[in-house]
Design a binder for this molecule. Structure first.
Ligand code: SAH
Length: 346
């Protein structure tokens, strides 16, 4: 039975589901979910491309950032944790760029938080000496450097829509012809100034991840560097997006076959971390962060060593920091244990 039919039957028996439940089924259903069955990241034939897939310089610079922050922590034995490593390219590039810093590698315990079996296999091919965990909670205790690129956007969101008579939760239900369709709950209590038509999104699973980062960074020193596309001030828009073969598709049409994501509410992430007593740096645009880490100098050095690649390297820099590419929509935020100096690049 297809996931679509399974969802239709589920709604027939139990009534409409929240957008978060729908997203979770599409992404994580063990038999039909996108990440369990057909995650496709990277090349031309893939569904979407990410920064580490676009250029090796991304993972290299983040690797050097981690080396610097490991020194700031006093060079301890530490967990080098990546959330949602995809094909493992970022960590592979980070390991290569820091190979000369032997003491860092001797002291690092690489922990990859990944629930997708096919992606774990790909990660194992690229990353040396890694261990895996399903959830951040399951990573060993101790000092940590946590990195995540395009992980938070996968976490399921609930959506609320302002109507003339107040807020309604957006739900996935059935049309008269028993096809999946969006609908609204009855009006919920609560006032706000938003115009009718405004959409608000909350991400309970993202809040749990931030909570777990807080717990870990209070227990032992460390930092979390989180990179994703998202907003600093909510615009009241619907940010749920389904991508297949680099094209935007109807999220209800082929459940489990497209990648589903939502924009990250960075103001909320910053607020939660601040309330919990962590130091927060950013969010700031990816372009500013990568420039501060010296991406342009890195590209020039690589181009001098390999002049035949100069054009490609320039294209990659533009891809990562161009205002109309990944440079502005993508944001970087760093959460740190209290008492540490500001992280590099901020
Ligand atoms: N960081 C990679 C991949 C981004 S795609 C890159 O930049 O290319 C999102 C990744 O997060 C995938 O590896 C996916 O399997 C993983 N993922 C998504 N939701 C997850 C969850 N709830 N728990 C663990 N891993 C998850």
């Amino acid at each position: 039975m297809s996931l679509k039919q399974k969802l239709i039957d589920h709604i027939k028996d139990n009534g409409p589901m929240s957008v978060a439940e729908f997203m979770a089924a599409c992404l994580y259903d063990p038999k039909h979910g996108y990440y369990a069955t057909r995650p496709s990241i990277g090349g031309e034939s893939a569904d979407f491309i990410t920064a580490p897939e676009a250029s090796q310089m991304f993972g290299e610079l983040i690797g050097l950032w981690c080396a610097h922050e490991w020194e700031v922590l006093g060079k301890p034995a530490f967990n080098w944790i990546e959330l949602g490593p995809g094909r493992g390219v970022l960590m592979q590039d980070a390991q290569r760029a820091t190979r000369g810093i032997e003491a860092m590698h001797e002291n690092s315990n690489i922990v990859l938080i990944e629930m997708s079996a096919p992606l774990r296999e790909e990660q194992a091919e690229r990353i040396e000496n890694a261990e895996w965990a399903e959830r951040l909670e399951d990573a060993p205790p101790g000092p940590s450097l946590i990195i995540a690129n395009e992980f938070l956007d996968c976490l399921p969101i609930r959506q609320f829509v302002k109507g003339e008579d107040g807020w309604h939760e957006k739900l996935v239900g059935l049309s008269e012809a028993d096809q999946l369709t969006f609908g609204l709950s009855q009006a919920l209590p609560g006032e706000s100034e938003d115009e009718p038509g405004a959409v608000r999104e909350i991400a309970p699973a993202l809040e749990s991840v931030i909570y777990e980062i807080e717990r870990r960074l209070h227990e032992a020193p460390g930092r979390a560097l989180l990179i994703d596309y998202g907003y600093v001030a909510p615009e009241g828009a619907d940010t749920l997006q389904a991508l297949q073969n680099h094209k935007s598709v109807d999220p209800l049409k082929t459940p489990g076959e497209a990648d589903l994501t939502a924009h990250v509410d960075f103001a909320r992430v910053a607020h939660l971390a601040q309330e919990a007593g962590l130091a927060v740096h950013g969010p700031m645009p990816q372009a500013r962060f990568l420039r501060a880490l010296g991406i342009e100098m890195r590209a020039e050095a690589l181009a001098r060593a390999n002049p035949q690649h100069a054009e490609r390297l320039q294209r990659e820099v533009t891809r990562l920091i161009g205002r109309d590419q990944m440079g502005a929509l993508f944001k970087v935020i760093c959460l740190s244990s209290p008492g540490l100096p500001p992280p590099a690049g901020f």
